[in-house]
Design a protein around this ligand. Sequence first.
Ligand code: 6PG
Length: 258
Amino acid sequence: MPLSDVRIFDHAEQLARAAAEGFVESAQKAIARSGRFVVALAGGSTPKRLYRLLADKPYSQQIDWSRVLVLWSDERTVGPEHPESNYKMAWDALLCRVPIDPTRVLRMPGEAKDIDQAAADYQQRIAAALDVSDHGAAPCLDLILLGIGEDGHTASLFPYTAALDEQHRWVVANHVPQKNMKRLTMTLPILNRAKRIFFLVTGANKAGVLREILEGPCEAARFPAQAVQPTDGQLVWMVDRDAAAAWEHAGKDQASQS
Ligand code: 6PG
């Protein structure tokens, strides 16, 4: 596993602030370069602090929200009001508090009855929003935020699940036996085309799996996060000291102080 850019922070708060600065930097560069900023948000709980920071000064005022297009890297099969919804978490923490055009917030419809069709429809919505063909190569998103589970999953790419082998579609409905449910998820073809990826990892409960991912042999089926290797983009691991505790290099390679 090549050593990525791993940034260790004393506490989750410093990590969230650094991630907010990186988010703003990505947005400003993308908007200057192409007139828009296309970002895929992560679900789970870790990003919540980051989203709240982005909704407040100074960060909220440093982004031209009219140029931002928001996607999700995955969604549970629940509706937008469900407490488990990744959309709801991001809407409540960030999107309802910034002047973003709701038509530029592309929610994954986790409540769809035909979840496979919902995945195909979402891919078409991305293509239409970016004015590209939905049959071609995956588009290059400016920033994708991701987390990892204790089992090494990222987005809803869980160990030994079919979506890990998807080579063409950008979004699929992935059957996750571990959760006894399907989940909508972006796939490696679109993740690995990103200009920039931030993995946000906090907590001692992630220390063991983070060491496996960063230092262990490459076993992408077992640790799907290892398969996230942007072909022409920047991969940044933003981890707090608790999550880095088991990582051998923790004392040697601190790209940024907390
Ligand atoms: C989800 C996420 C998932 C998440 C990790 C980490 O839908 O659950 O997309 O990949 O990022 O499970 O979750 P926490 O941040 O809650 O630890």
